[in-house]
Each structure stands twice: as C-alpha cells, then as structure tokens.
Design a protein around this ligand. Structure first.
Ligand SMILES: [Zn+2]
Length: 444
C-alpha cells in the first residue's frame, strides 16, 4: 500500500521499498478470504519420512494439496499483477505528460509563488498541489488495484469507507515525508547547480535511512495496531531460537494486518534500535506452530545476515546511478521541451512531473534487477530459516499458504523477472531437499 501510493513520486519509490524485508508481502490492502486453500496443511504421505522418500515426489505431493480452483485463482491474481506493472507505468506516464503538456505543472508553480516569496514554502505548496492532483488522476487505478481487485480475489477484509480512510492517511504521510525530502532536494539543486546530483543522492540516501528507522515505530502504527505478543506458547520457541542465533530480542510483535487483508506475513523492519520482528495476526491464527517457527527462522535469517543494511547499500548504488541518469535526462528533455512546458530549469519545482516520469522509466526497466536482488536475499533467508528452525514441513506449509496470492509454479524466466521471493514450488522443493538430507527422511 505504502509502495503503491508512493509511486506518485518516483523518488520515493526507493525508500518505500526499503521499509522492511518481508517474508510474504509488504502490508498492503487485500489478502485472502476464501480462496478454498486449505487452512490446515497436513504433511502428505509422500512427504513423510520413509525409505522411499523422494524430494520431487514430496514436493509434488505438497503442491497437489492445493485445489485446482484455488491454484487457478492465485495464478490469475498474480499474473494480473504483471500487467498492472505495465498499466501502472503507462497510466502514470500519461498523467505526467498531461501535467507537463497542458502546463498544469507550470500553473501549480505559479500558484505556489503567489502564496509566498519564501522558496522552501513554494516547494511545499507545489508538492501539496501535485500530490492531491495526481492522487485524484490516479485514483481509478488505485481503487481498482487496491480495493476492487483485492475483493474480487477474496484477499481484502475492509469495506470501502475504512479503505478510503487508510488512503487518506497515506496521503497525509506522503505529504509530510515528501515535503521534507523535496524541500531539501530543491535546496540542494539551487545551491549546488553543478554537483546537485551527487549531493541529491547523498540526501536521498540519508532520507532512506531515516525512513527505515522510523517505519516500525512511527509509520506502521498509523495503520495497524502493533502489540507485544505475550502468549508464551508462541513466544518461547521464537525467543529460544532467537537466542540460539545470537539475536538480542526480548519481544516479538504482532500486527493486526487482518483489518486490511487475509494474507499471512511476517517481517523484520527498522534499523539499529528500532529493528524488530513482527508477525501478522493471520499467520498467528492460521499457521501451525511448526509453520510459525519456520517463518520466524526465515525472518531471523534476514536479521543475522544484515539484509536491511545490505539492501540500503544496494539501493544507494541504484540511487547514485539514478541521479546520474536523471541529470543527463533532465538536461536533454528540458532543452527540447522546457520552454513548451514553461519549466525554467531543474531548480523549478514545476519540473517534478518530469522527474517522476524519468524515475518511473528507470524503475520500470530495473524491475527484474530489483526483484532478483531481493529474491536472492529471500532465498538466503529461506536456507537460514530451515537450518535454524529445522521445520521443513512447517516451511512447506507456509509456502503453500503464501500461494494464496502468489503463483506457485512459474516458468524460469517468469520467476527471474517478476518474483521478489522464490516461488512456492522452489521453496517447497528446497524444504524437501533439506528434509531428505538433514533429517535423514529418506533413510528411515
Ligand atoms: Zn523474507
């Protein structure tokens, strides 16, 4: 949800992606009501330890637990998401081009300049106008993607009123965070007309760190109720595993994701002292104890392998490259169309739709790279989680539950381009291989 909303301003996409390293999915409206997926997933006979245990047969037996109808539904939902990447990009591009060519952006700048002579305030006023206008123009897609489509696939739990209210809160969060980032960035551009792109990248990097730092403590509670878990039957095995892996946590948190969605998920979020492990209530309600432990082992893998810090470093490279390209592309476009769009230069706030458009192109092209980077981290966390929890069947059960909103068996290229986590099939296979080789499942 956060991510989708922040698409309004291309620059913010990056920080949105950094907010957490997730097992399933960033908290988003929509999850799964009745996909006819089994709620309790049993260990199929072919996956039970025996002297004729075969990894592939065990994997197939787990996949066969998914009813054909549920699989068709999840495939359709996930494949629809591929097209939404394209439609979202094209729709956003059309909106940006409208703002530029109809000179609405220039008009919004003129209005902002009439309010005050104080430059940082221009930026804030312009940003407010821009954010409200683009949110209205993009609303048909937002409401389809975030509300109607989620309900159609039985993933959403909210009625329209509360959903809209959450969108409004997102708008306010975007208004504040965007205002801080953009006033700083335009300040940098005005003072350092030659090297702004380097310092702009530095500012964006610092903002990214700040964003990750405040997300679990200040942003998530705006949308969800976060509580300390106090059921020792759940927390004790988790904390025991945490101590065994050198993780200094004393608490595990629960989030009421079910107010938006039926999806199960868990995540590690934050930075330094704000880093924490959170389970959503759908996982707690529907997951078996083995499943919860497998998921927690995965989250601990993110923690121990410093995935958030590595992700921040990776994104800083992306950001520097993005700013270098941005400088070149802005010069090139403004030379050709700047006058027509009535944009005075790169320090003019009216340039924002162009920046958004260029950033959208950049991130659209990078989709497979960004997905592959996180998918590799997720695979690492999977392996860590199997070793830490020693619950391959719980792990397979979780992979099937996530199959409620993620296609289980994609093609190889499809997985490479579109998957930010390993596919369910890959995860079940890895779990069964682990089981065969480490629990002696095939030799008993
Ligand atoms: Zn993960």
């Amino acid at each position: 949800m956060m991510l989708r909303f922040l698409h309004v301003c291309g620059l913010l996409v990056v920080v949105g992606m950094l907010s957490s390293v997730v097992w399933g999915q960033e908290p988003e409206p929509g999850m799964l009501p009745k996909t006819e997926m089994p709620s309790v997933i049993v260990v199929p006979p072919a996956a039970q330890a025996s002297d004729h245990f075969e990894v592939q047969a065990a994997t197939d037996a787990y996949l066969a637990e998914i009813p054909a109808q549920a699989r068709a539904r999840s495939d359709a939902y996930f494949e629809g998401g591929y097209w939404l990447i394209l439609w979202g990009f094209l729709y956003g591009a059309v909106v940006a081009l409208l703002l530029l060519n109809l000179r609405w952006s220039a008009a919004m700048r003129n209005l902002a300049e009439r309010v005050t002579r104080f430059k940082p305030v221009h930026t804030i006023v312009y940003w407010a106008e821009y954010l409200v206008l683009t949110s209205i123009l993009l609303f048909p897609l937002t409401v389809y993607e975030g509300y109607f489509r989620e309900h159609k696939y039985g993933l959403a739990t909210q009625t329209f009123g509360p959903w809209l209210y959450d969108q409004f809160k997102l708008l306010l969060v975007g208004l504040v965070l965007g205002a801080i980032l953009l006033t700083t960035l335009f300040g940098v551009v005005r003072r350092l007309p030659r090297t702004w792109w380097i310092w702009g990248a530095v500012v964006t990097f610092l903002f990214e760190v700040l964003f990750v730092l405040i997300t679990p403590v200040y942003l998530v509670p705006i949308f969800f109720k976060v509580t300390r878990l106090d059921d020792p039957r759940i927390t004790q095995p988790i904390l025991r595993m945490a101590r065994a892996n050198g993780i200094p946590v004393r608490d595990v948190y629960e989030m009421d994701a079910s107010r938006q969605t039926t999806r199960m998920s868990a995540n590690v979020s934050g930075f330094g002292h704000t880093m924490r492990i959170t389970l959503n209530d759908n996982l707690l309600r529907r997951g078996s104890p083995e499943e919860i432990q497998a998921v927690m082992g995965h989250e601990m893998g993110h923690y121990v392998m410093n995935h958030i810090y590595k992700l921040i470093m990776f994104f800083s490279i992306v950001i520097v490259a993005g700013f270098a390209l941005l400088r070149w592309a802005l010069d090139w476009s403004l030379k050709r169309w700047g006058e027509k769009w009535q944009i005075r230069g790169i320090s003019d706030t009216a340039v924002l739709p162009l920046v958004g458009l260029l950033a959208a192109i950049f991130f659209f092209v990078l989709t497979p790279v960004l997905n592959s980077y996180t998918r590799v981290q997720e695979y690492e966390a999977d392996m860590y989680g199997l070793n830490a929890s020693r619950q391959p069947d719980g792990f397979a059960q979780a992979a099937i539950h996530l199959g409620e909103y993620r296609k289980m068996s994609p093609g190889r290229l499809e997985e490479w381009v579109f998957y930010d986590h390993p596919s369910g099939r890959s995860r079940v296979y890895a779990a069964m291989r682990w089981k065969a080789e480490n629990l002696g499942a095939s030799r008993q």
